[in-house]
Design a protein around this ligand. Structure first.
Ligand code: ADP
Length: 311
C-alpha cells in the first residue's frame, strides 16, 4: 500500500500541471466540462480550439485568477484551491490581450512588475536580454510594434523565473515576421521551462509544440504527441503545375495513395510514406516538361483532425 502512495507521490511530483475533472459554469453556460490531463516537466503543449472553446477559462483557473465550479488542479505541485498564491508565484502568465501600461518605458514597466515579485535588478537585465528587448529597453511601450509588445509580456511572465509558463494566444495579431520571431523565442524559452500555450491556429502548434490538446465546446476531444502524429501522417503535397495533368497520370508516383484536383492546375498528392516526396514531384515535372508554379508539403492530419473534431 505504502509503495503505491510513494509511486503516486513521485508521479505527481514530476507533473508541472495536473488537471482533474475541472468544470466551469458561467451563469447559464458550461464553459468547461470535466477536463483532465497532465503535463510533465519540460513539455511545450499547445492548447488548440476554436474561439469560445474554453481555452482562456482554463488558463485563468490554472493561474488561480478564477475558481473552477468543480474539480481540482495543481501547478508545480501547488493546489489551486488551497495554495493560490504559491500557484501564482510559480507560474508566468501572459494573458490573452497582454495588458501593458503604454505610457511607461520598457525598463520602467519591467522594474514596476519586478517590485511585485521582489525580483533583483540583475534579473530585469537578464529577461530584457533573453527576450531580445535590449535595443528597445529605453523606449516607451507605445512606440513599439505588437511583436515587441509581446516580448515585453513574455519578459514580464519570466521575471520571477517560474518553472511553468502559461501563454494565452501569444501569437495572435502578429505579422508573419513577428510571428516567426516570437515562435523562435517561445521555443528557446521552452528548452528550460514547461509551456502551456493556447491558440486557435493549428500551424502554431505544429511550429512550436511537442504535444497538442484539442478542446471543443468545453470538452477535450484529442490529446496527442506531435511526433507520433507526424509518424502516422500521410504526406500531402500541394503542387501547382502550369498545365493540366491527367489524374491517372499522377497515380504513377511511388507511394501515391490519392490524387485530388483542388482547382485549376492545383493538385493534392497524398503519399503513404514519410520520405520527402517533393524531389520526386520536381523530377516528374522536369521529365514531362511541366513547370511548377508552387509546391508545398502539408500536414493534413492535424488539419483534418482539428476540422473533424471542432466542426
Ligand atoms: P476561448 O479562450 O477558447 O476563446 P473562453 O474561455 O474565453 O474561450 O470562453 C469559453 C466560453 O465561456 C465562451 O462561450 C464565453 O462566451 C464564455 N465566457 C467566458 N468568460 C465569461 C464570463 N466572464 N462570463 C460569462 N461567460 C463567459
Amino acid at each position: 500500500m505504502y509503495f503505491w502512495y510513494l509511486l503516486e507521490f513521485l508521479f505527481y511530483d514530476t507533473m508541472s500541471i495536473a488537471v482533474s475533472k475541472i468544470t466551469k459554469v458561467y451563469a447559464d453556460q458550461k464553459a468547461l466540462n470535466d477536463i483532465s490531463f497532465e503535463i510533465p516537466q519540460g513539455e511545450i503543449v499547445g492548447f488548440l480550439g476554436p474561439n469560445g472553446a474554453g481555452k482562456s477559462t482554463l488558463m485563468k483557473i490554472l493561474t488561480a485568477y478564477i475558481e473552477p465550479s468543480g474539480g481540482n488542479a495543481t501547478v508545480n505541485g501547488y493546489d489551486i484551491h488551497t495554495d493560490p498564491i504559491a500557484v501564482q508565484k510559480s507560474v508566468g502568465y501572459l494573458p490573452e490581450h497582454n495588458p501593458l501600461y503604454l505610457d511607461m518605458y520598457v525598463r520602467e514597466y519591467l522594474a514596476f512588475n519586478a517590485q511585485i515579485h521582489h525580483v533583483s535588478k540583475q534579473r530585469i537585465d537578464e529577461v530584457i536580454s533573453l527576450t531580445g528587448l535590449t535595443p528597445e529597453s529605453h523606449k516607451k511601450i507605445n512606440q513599439l510594434s505588437k511583436g515587441y509588445r509581446q516580448r515585453i509580456g513574455l519578459a514580464c511572465a519570466l521575471l520571477h523565473d517560474p518553472a511553468v509558463l502559461i501563454l494565452d494566444e501569444p501569437t495572435t495579431g502578429l505579422d508573419p515576421n513577428q510571428l516567426l520571431e516570437i515562435r523562435e523565442l517561445i521555443k528557446t524559452i521552452g528548452k528550460e521551462k514547461t509551456i502551456f500555450l493556447s491558440t486557435h491556429i493549428m500551424q502554431e502548434v505544429e511550429a512550436m509544440c511537442d504535444r497538442v490538446i484539442i478542446i471543443n465546446k468545453g470538452t477535450i476531444v484529442a490529446d496527442e504527441q506531435l511526433n507520433e502524429m507526424m509518424e502516422q501522417t500521410d504526406q500531402v503535397i500541394e503542387v501547382e503545375f502550369d498545365y493540366r495533368v491527367e489524374e491517372a497520370f499522377l497515380y504513377k508516383f511511388e507511394h501515391i495513395k490519392s490524387v485530388k484536383n483542388i482547382h485549376g492546375f492545383i493538385y493534392h498528392l497524398t503519399f503513404d510514406t514519410t520520405t520527402d516526396m517533393r524531389p520526386a514531384v520536381f523530377d516528374f515535372a522536369h521529365d514531362h516538361e511541366l513547370k511548377i508554379l508552387q509546391l508545398a508539403r502539408k500536414n493534413r492530419n492535424l488539419e483534418s483532425l482539428f476540422r473533424q473534431l471542432t466542426q
